[in-house]
Design a protein around this ligand. Sequence first.
Ligand code: RP5
Length: 172
Amino acid sequence: MPKKSVQKDVLILMGSETDADTVDFACAVLDVLKITYDQRITSAHRTPWRLAYAASRAKKQGFKVILGFAGGSAHLPGMAASYTPLPAFAVAVLSKTSVINDFCAVFSSIGMPKGAPLNFCGYGQAGAENAALMAALVLALSDKVLAARVDAHRLKQARSVRRKPRPKGKRS
Ligand code: RP5
């Protein structure tokens, strides 16, 4: 008998395995908040059919939010948003080698034409972590236990902010 797959809340789509280090920052936040997710490599230009298949079936499979990660002239998040009725969030993956690529990645996600909303969460580590938090906020609207975990996470974050800087040489 085929094994029934466990339903997960967040579908993470990335354009390449080289995006995985950035995606990991989002996963770390999702793990802390005990949010379930699945990750797939669905390149918009090398495997567009895979992207179309994953994004268009996501809702039926029980996902509630899509996070799209890509670098370069990143079509993945916008295409994912176009294929799904789910809320979709974009993160631009920085290339480490080309500033032009990084600008392309950012601008390709912030200028979505009207009709298929795409929420741009930023780039790199901060973008990835904020995308995970954004997913948490969406899910928390219908999950009081998760909402309490998100509040606790924010409180912990607030408490970690020092009131004054440490002396020079002792700062991290
Ligand atoms: C995009 O092109 C990916 O999202 C990645 O950020 C970028 C480079 O991909 P690789 O050439 O490293 O596979 O599709």
